[in-house]
Design a protein around this ligand. Structure first.
Ligand SMILES: [Fe+2]
Ligand SMILES: [Fe+2]
Length: 287
């Protein structure tokens, strides 16, 4: 089972040669499913959404997608407040999925982009309590698959060298649910930076690790001193292997695959027992 993860193309500031190289490289990697974690556009313009829709149609199918903070209209303030996701729904939602499940994987996207924020910085994302409950229900019903992952635009981890960024709102509540439901990974973008980190949480004396996989911008010129990149995840007997595809001079080069999430062979009865444990028993600790 192979997943291609890309993010933050930002049509409006996208490098079209890099977009072409990226489309070719994603096809060459032969994924079973493509995951796109938001910021398809720069300012939510219709022309940018049309370019994004054309791109999605050209990618291997199916494509799972969720909006980023740049996918709301920036210049039409009325539309931003009254119908913030109307353009996303019109151009991108019809040809993308918000969840995917087969015998090997269970993938859920959640929209963390917000039309406004009390901090008056609209770029920070947030998850609602209702979304935390939705994730809980989805992953509770997917305990029998090999790999479970949540896809959101905003990060659950921000490195110290990026002081202008914040962790996604309601992160701890979501992490507790992800640990309780044995979700292996969160796939995010927004930082335009590659990283693999993890959070460990204790669930009824059982240590659980949620891996946080950040992918850089796939084709935007807003690279923040990082190369363009997309990731490929392979799920096999041993676990999840990450292959980074790094953009360099309008071509993408694949790095050496590395095992980032070891997966144990399924133990009969184990998922069912975990499902019955109340959330209150969970305690968290920052790694
Ligand atoms: Fe972005
Ligand atoms: Fe973003």
């Amino acid at each position: 089972m192979r997943i291609a993860h890309l993010s933050d193309i930002h049509f409006g500031t996208a490098d079209h040669d890099v977009v072409e190289a990226m489309v070719e490289a994603v096809h060459a990697s032969k994924p079973d499913v493509v995951v796109a974690s938001g910021d398809f556009t720069m300012a939510g313009r219709r022309s940018e959404f049309r370019d994004a829709a054309t791109l999605i149609a050209r990618l291997p199918q199916p494509v799972l997608a969720t909006p980023g903070n740049h996918d709301l209209p920036v210049y039409n303030i009325l539309e931003r407040f009254v119908r913030p996701f109307a353009r996303y729904r019109r151009y991108l939602a019809p040809q993308t999925l918000d969840r995917f499940r087969n015998a090997d994987v269970a993938l859920l996207t959640l929209n963390s982009a917000r039309r406004w924020d009390l901090s008056l910085n609209w770029s920070h994302g947030r998850l609602s309590d209702e979304q935390v409950e939705r994730a809980d229900r989805f992953f509770a019903s997917a305990q029998d698959v090999r790999f479970r992952a949540l896809i959101v635009h905003h990060p659950f981890y921000v490195p110290e060298e990026l002081p202008g960024f914040k962790k996604i709102g309601n992160a701890e509540a979501m992490l507790r649910v992800l640990a309780a439901r044995r979700v292996h990974a969160v796939l995010s973008g927004h930082l335009h930076q590659q990283s693999v980190t993890s959070r460990s949480l204790t669930v009824a004396e059982d240590e659980r690790t949620v891996h946080l996989l950040q992918v850089a911008s796939a084709a935007s010129t807003r690279r923040r001193n990082q190369p363009n990149a997309f990731n490929v995840l392979d799920i096999d007997r041993d676990g999840v292997w990450l292959t980074e595809h790094i953009g360099d001079d309008d071509r993408f080069t694949s790095m050496e695959p590395r095992l980032v999430i070891p997966l144990q062979a399924p133990t009969p009865g184990q998922p069912g027992r975990a499902r019955e444990r109340p959330i209150e028993e969970i305690t968290g600790s920052e790694l």
